[in-house]
Ligand binder design. Structure first.
Ligand SMILES: *Cc1c(COP(=O)(O)O)cnc(C)c1O
Length: 478
């Protein structure tokens, strides 16, 4: 077992390794190139009976684990959505691990509770959340959305489902666009409402919810004796960062008195730019809002910011007060155990504090504005290129497009584009993923890494064009 002086030595060694890793990250293939089972078969079937040296463990980390890692912080990582980290966030995470504090209630670490309260205030102010709203850090947007649906369920039943279960109630209906993230349907299932009561709403040509279809669905449910429970409005869907029409949706939510939750998991970070704050006009009518600083705000996973208009509904939904958790301060402080699902909580506010202080608001704004500008420059190149097609609007920094060369039958474009994405994934220098829009295979490219440069984006676009040309030649000659 490591003793304190060895810990010091290994700690220094690992910080050095981490620094080298970040400085030379482009030497690794961005997407892990291993085959299924490659890693598993190198790990022994049981834990060792006697302790092994750090040297052996460290060697195996480099030999076995690293080849099986996809390097999410590589500047060629333009797949999915980013999972940002940054130097200040990493440092804070080290301290959080070192303190090893369980921050379930105020008493178990007052600084964690009070810093969390103030960090949620900072974030809320930064992105334009009404000052009367409050919030807490959740582990994921999926968890926050589940909290929203459970709170809606309890509020509409006067907190009786928690007491007596769902028997005797009408079907509770949850509405969201067909493009909404799968976490909404998952939350409907977990909340015991039944997946059939998730009502997918049609979208328009820009993949945004059609408010008129939402209204029709609610009215039909009312005619059939179902109870509209919650509407989830997307700000930046996962497929194409589509933006649902919040003002129209919030008017409908107000008219029918339905809980309105906003899923801004990815794109919510953009609200730190004043020029985007119009995207949440209508928010005053809503009940809850979630976005993930762990996606596009320089903060390590996990850190999901969940804001609610009425913290009373949230707390009444989740509170528990067994004798062993009672303290003298319960009426003066936030006990975050009652603001969500888990009891135990990590000290996650620390990394937000480090990040927001070290980058400053202007520093964070500059990074996001760069991402958006660079992505939109490539968008403009794509739109002017005769052999490429944009597949969706580019409101932020995600570009959805495809290669559409006239020398190939349009029916084969999906096959050709898949070939391009597969080729790029195995290149080691760039990683892109895909989605399906209008029934067509679509390439997604996201510019969202804190340490990315304009050159990384230019190189990516050049590599895409070269790869596409090669794939076309192969395709035509096959
Ligand atoms: C990523 C994402 C989610 C899920 O986020 P988790 O924090 O991983 O649960 C939900 N909604 C949207 C729009 C997303 O982009």
């Amino acid at each position: 077992m490591i003793n304190p002086s060895e810990f010091r030595e290994w700690g220094h060694k690992m910080v050095d390794w981490i620094s080298d890793y970040y400085e030379n990250i482009e030497e690794y293939p961005v997407k892990s190139q291993v085959a299924p089972g490659d890693i598993f078969k190198q790990i022994p079937d049981s834990a060792p009976a006697s302790g092994e040296s750090m040297d052996e463990i460290w060697n195996d980390f480099q030999k076995i684990i690293l080849p099986g890692i996809t390097h999410w912080q590589h500047p060629g990582f333009m797949a999915y959505f980013p999972a940002n980290t940054s130097y200040p966030s990493l440092l804070a995470e080290m301290l959080t691990s070192a303190l090893g504090a369980q921050c379930m209630i105020w008493d178990t670490s007052p600084a964690a509770a009070e810093l969390e309260e103030q960090m949620m205030n900072w974030l809320g102010k930064l992105i334009g959340i009404p000052s009367s709203w409050e919030g807490s850090i959740q582990s994921t947007a999926s968890e926050a959305t589940l909290c929203a649906i459970l709170s809606a369920r309890e509020q509409v039943t006067d907190f009786t489902v928690n007491e007596r279960g769902l028997q005797g109630h009408p079907h509770f209906r949850v509405y969201a666009s067909k493009q909404i993230h799968s976490s909404i349907e998952k939350a409907v299932k977990i909340a015991g409402l039944g997946k059939e009561n998730f009502v997918p709403i049609e979208t328009d040509e820009n993949f945004a919810m059609k408010a008129s279809s939402l209204k029709e669905a609610i009215e039909e449910d009312l005619r059939n004796g179902n109870q509209p429970l919650c509407i989830v409005s997307g700000l930046g869907t996962t497929g194409s960062t589509a933006i649902d029409p919040l003002e129209e949706i919030s008017a409908i939510a107000a008219k029918y008195k339905v809980w309105l939750h906003i899923d801004a998991a990815y794109a919510g970070s953009v609200l730190i730019l004043p020029e985007y704050q119009h995207l949440i006009s209508g928010l005053e009518q809503a009940d809850s809002f979630v976005f993930n600083p762990h996606k596009w705000l320089m903060t390590n996973f996990d850190c999901s910011a969940y804001f609610v208009k009425d913290k009373g509904a949230l707390i009444r939904t989740f509170e528990i007060l067994p004798e062993y958790l009672k303290t003298n301060q319960d009426d003066q402080v936030n006990n975050y155990r009652d603001w969500g699902i888990p009891l135990g909580r990590r000290f996650r506010a620390l990394k937000l504090w480090f990040v927001m202080r070290n980058f400053g608001v202007e520093g964070m704004q500059k990074i996001l504005r760069n991402h958006i500008t660079w992505a939109q420059e490539i968008e403009s190149d794509i739109s002017q290129h005769p052999d490429y097609e944009l597949m969706a609007p580019v409101p932020f920094n995600l570009i959805c497009f495809r290669y559409a060369p006239h020398s190939v039958d349009p029916n084969s474009w999906s096959k050709l584009n898949k070939m391009i994405v597969d080729r790029i994934k195995s290149s080691g220098s760039l990683y892109l993923t895909h989605t399906v829009l209008h029934g067509q295979y679509t390439i997604r490219l996201v510019a969202g890494q804190p340490y990315q440069t304009k050159d990384n984006l230019t190189n990516a676009w050049n590599q895409i064009q070269e790869t596409a040309t090669h794939c076309l030649q192969e395709f035509l000659s096959s």
